[in-house]
Ligand binder design. Structure first.
Ligand code: GDL
Length: 705
């Protein structure tokens, strides 16, 4: 496989050029012609060789795919295709006819050929047919003509490919374009097998990896799909795509794709953020990745031995180093003003010692305003720094990962919240609480400073693309900061955000946010609490030999949860006897959870909880046992970051208890046990109950069966 770089064609035999670059393939406002031309310049500079034109919401690419381009549009496309050529970038024109094409109608095939023929006249030599995100059910006419959807797509693709004279680059995007879409799986997918077998060998196939937005793409997964497709796929990478969530932007490095893949793929095209300018990092780091070689060949930058933070070290590519390189170049871009839309107000001036630039002034001939004695000094903006950009990237990192500073902020806020009892009362933890609160405040301040410096950067185009996101994060951080101040007993005006009648920025997210907060699973996928699951868990029935391990987990969790009041001074819970092995769980009502290390959790239940309550002299009213005769307890070690195994255990116990004829089940929790309180609350079906006879620090939650 030759290295990326040249835009010469892809010979069908011998060494094929590695396709590298960008696919404009997202939903939403397409990029402008000017931005695309800027992209070609960058691609050339960074050694990327391809641009795939596939903007989902461009009328004539998808919805009105049959319509030919008008003279004016033609002029623009001709200019664009020629700009790509000038910059040694291969322009691939994609069309998405799948929304309404009738594959079996020759007129439709003719329309497709006519449209692509027109684009060929514009100077384009490389094409692509995309069948992603469409209905998989064929119309009656097509069902008669083709034995499957794959057969229909392949027939039309092969016909168009041959009509265009077997172009050297021709890409096909299947409807099942990631492993998650394959039934029953990649190796047994009839659809993929048909595509692999019938699609002409000169046609490349696009693939997004295990998922639409793939966290990691492994060598094994590519080997598997390559053998089904009978060719190396070209990755359409959605790692930086943000068209599915208006609050997210991805400024982290290209990551979690081993460079060993380079020799196993036909290429990689990134489908990045909808906003053009923030894609600097996405594209720059992809270019660095593409330059990595495993054969010890020439490298522009030393990419070996990444920092110890890198979980999986790639001998040829360090995401952290690639990120620093990208941000260093991006900083220059922020500082450039040689374009319309640059700063034009005196407010955008910089402190003299830190910038060579003349203050921008458009007051045409008028002398600058100089404040007199006792008047307000002029606003001076500090210049943006590399650290600001590092922080920005950390806050808007990758879909499955926050950057290091963002992670620290989340951890610290979580700790401050969970130890808020130490904030005001004088305990041995109070000094630590205050110092950590101060550090948290400093981190929040750095975000505000970064915001200020960014909003004064000379390059306004980049700023405007980032603006909504940085405002949003500044506001979110402001709320957290106010909250910590409130916990620490410092009455700050900003804490008003948290009162009963907050401003609209105190409750964010609109209707969509509102709906999400109402769902019992809200927060289940928080990256902070539940990073993507990589461990495999198994749940099995408890047996008497498990007693010691269950006791161990119980003790471990008890000491982890120790708060202000030592445990022995707290009233016991009815379920403690179950966990401690003093009471046996009811048959079929006990489960244990295991991972590759060993037992990591359990869920135990009693169909009739009355005797256990009597054992600890808990005098609950009879009415409680009438509505909720059964009792459950669950513990899961902190290393289990995914909430689903615990939920599954509860689900299984609920059905066992329901089938025993019980009317309801309850659990007891200590008020200080926020973790379990949160767990039961998020399940959605346990509600607080207040039976008479419950000690003050204990909460009971119940569910009817
Ligand atoms: C998709 C779409 C793409 C979109 C992306 C992220 C492919 C092949 N198609 O499924 O247009 O931008 O998800 O939302 O990825």
């Amino acid at each position: 496989m030759s290295k990326p770089g040249s835009a010469k064609g892809r010979p069908h035999t011998g060494t094929r050029r590695f396709i590298s670059g960008v696919v404009e393939g997202f939903y939403g406002r397409p990029w402008t012609m000017e931005q695309r031309t800027e992209l070609f310049k960058r691609e050339q500079k960074w050694g990327l060789n391809t641009y795939l034109y596939a903007p989902k919401d461009d009328y004539k690419h998808r919805m009105y795919w049959r319509d030919l381009y008008s003279a004016e549009e033609a002029e623009q496309l001709i200019a664009l295709i020629s700009a790509a050529k000038q910059h040694d970038v291969e322009f691939v024109y994609a069309i998405s006819p799948g929304l309404d094409i009738t594959f079996s109608n020759p007129k439709e095939v003719a329309a497709l050929k006519r449209k692509l023929g027109q684009v060929r006249q514009f100077g384009c030599r490389s094409f692509s047919l995309l069948f992603d995100d469409i209905e998989t059910e064929m119309c009656a006419a097509d069902k008669q003509a083709f034995s499957s959807f794959a057969h229909a797509q392949v027939a039309i693709t092969n016909a168009v490919y041959q009509h265009l004279g077997d172009p050297e680059t021709f890409l096909f995007c299947p409807t099942d374009y990631c492993a998650a879409f394959c039934t029953p799986n990649v190796s047994q997918s009839l659809y993929l097998h048909t595509v692999g077998e019938k699609l002409l060998p000169g046609i490349d196939i696009l693939w997004t990896g295990p998922k639409v937005v793939s966290h990691k793409i492994s060598v094994e997964s590519i080997e598997e799909v390559s053998s089904v497709l009978r060719r190396a796929p070209v990755i359409w990478d959605n790692i930086h795509a943000n068209d599915y969530d208006p609050q997210r932007l991805f400024l982290g490095p290209f990551k979690d794709r081993p460079t060993e893949l380079i020799s196993k793929l036909g290429g990689v095209l990134t489908n990045p953020n909808c906003e053009f300018h923030p894609n600097f990092v996405a594209i720059h780091t992809l270019a660095t990745w593409c330059k990595a070689t495993t054969d010890g060949g020439q490298r522009d930058v030393e990419m070996v031995s990444p920092s110890p933070d890198d979980e999986e070290q790639d001998p040829c590519y360090s995401p952290q180093k690639a990120l620093t390189l990208a941000l260093t170049d991006w900083l220059q871009e922020f500082m450039s003003t040689d374009q319309p839309g640059g700063p034009c107000r005196p407010a955008a001036r910089f402190k003299k010692e830190s910038s060579e630039e003349e203050p921008m002034q458009t007051d045409m001939g008028e002398s600058s305003y100089v404040p007199g004695a006792g008047e307000n000094p002029l606003y001076t903006a500090e210049p943006l720094t590399l650290d600001d950009l590092k922080l920005l990237s950390d806050l808007f990192y990758l879909p499955y990962e926050y950057g290091p500073t963002a992670r620290t902020m989340l951890q610290e806020l979580d700790w401050l919240k969970n130890h808020s009892w130490a904030a005001t009362a004088e305990t041995d933890k109070t000094a630590e609480w205050r110092s950590r609160a101060q550090q948290f405040d400093d981190m929040c301040k750095a975000v505000v400073q970064m915001f200020n410096r960014l909003s004064n950067a000379p390059n306004r185009r980049i700023l405007y693309d980032l603006y909504n996101y940085i405002c949003d994060i500044k506001s979110g951080v402001g709320l957290a900061r106010a909250y910590v101040k409130t916990l620490g007993g410092q009455a700050q005006p900003s804490a008003q955000l948290l009162n009963d009648d907050p401003e609209p920025w105190g409750f964010r997210g609109g209707l969509s946010g509102e709906l999400q907060r109402m769902l019992p699973c809200h927060g289940n996928r928080d990256l902070f609490r539940h990073p993507p699951m990589t461990a495999v868990y198994s749940i099995r029935l408890y047996c008497p030999e498990d007693k010691l391990e269950v006791q161990r987990i119980f003790k471990e969790m008890q000491s982890a949860g120790e708060g202000k009041v030592p445990l022995m001074m707290q009233p016991p819970l009815i379920c403690d006897g179950l966990s401690a092995g003093e009471i046996s769980p009811s048959p079929q009502c006990a489960l244990v959870l295991e991972d590759e290390i060993g037992m990591c959790g359990y869920a135990l239940a009693l169909i009739d909880a009355k005797p256990a309550a009597a054992k600890i002299q808990r005098a609950l009213g009879d009415s409680v046992f009438k509505d909720f005769p059964s009792l459950v307890t669950i513990q899961v070690l902190p290393r289990v970051t995914d909430p689903s195994p615990a939920k599954r255990m509860i689900g299984r116990l609920l059905s066992s208890i329901r089938s025993s004829g019980s009317r309801g089940m309850f659990c007891e929790l200590r008020q200080s046990d926020r973790r379990m309180l949160d767990f039961y609350t998020k399940l959605g079906f346990f509600k607080p109950i207040q039976p008479a006879g419950l000690p003050p620090d204990i909460i009971a939650m119940g569910t009817s069966l």
